[in-house]
Design a protein around this ligand. Structure first.
Ligand code: 9UX
Length: 72
């Protein structure tokens, strides 16, 4: 079964930033869906916890060049 995670992502200033965050997250195994809202600095990720952790997802967003905090 999948779970939801919501991250606050800071440093995204355009929709291409949001697209690169989505692409980076989707490259991880165990991601069902990733949607990034640049206006609200939020990323919603549906993931399978047997394959990937919230911390790994958070780290992937940071690797893409943005600060990420798990908020939910
Ligand atoms: Mo363009 Mo968004 O370089 O960082 S992708 S502002």
């Amino acid at each position: 079964q999948f779970m939801n995670a919501v991250f606050q992502v800071t440093g995204m200033t355009c929709s291409a930033c949001a697209a690169s965050v989505e692409k980076a997250v989707k490259r991880l195994a165990g991601i069902r869906q990733a949607s990034v809202d640049v206006l609200n600095n939020r990323a919603l990720v549906l993931f399978y916890p047997s394959f990937v952790t919230e911390e790994e997802i958070r780290g992937k967003i940071e690797d893409a060049g943005f600060q990420a905090t798990l908020i939910k």
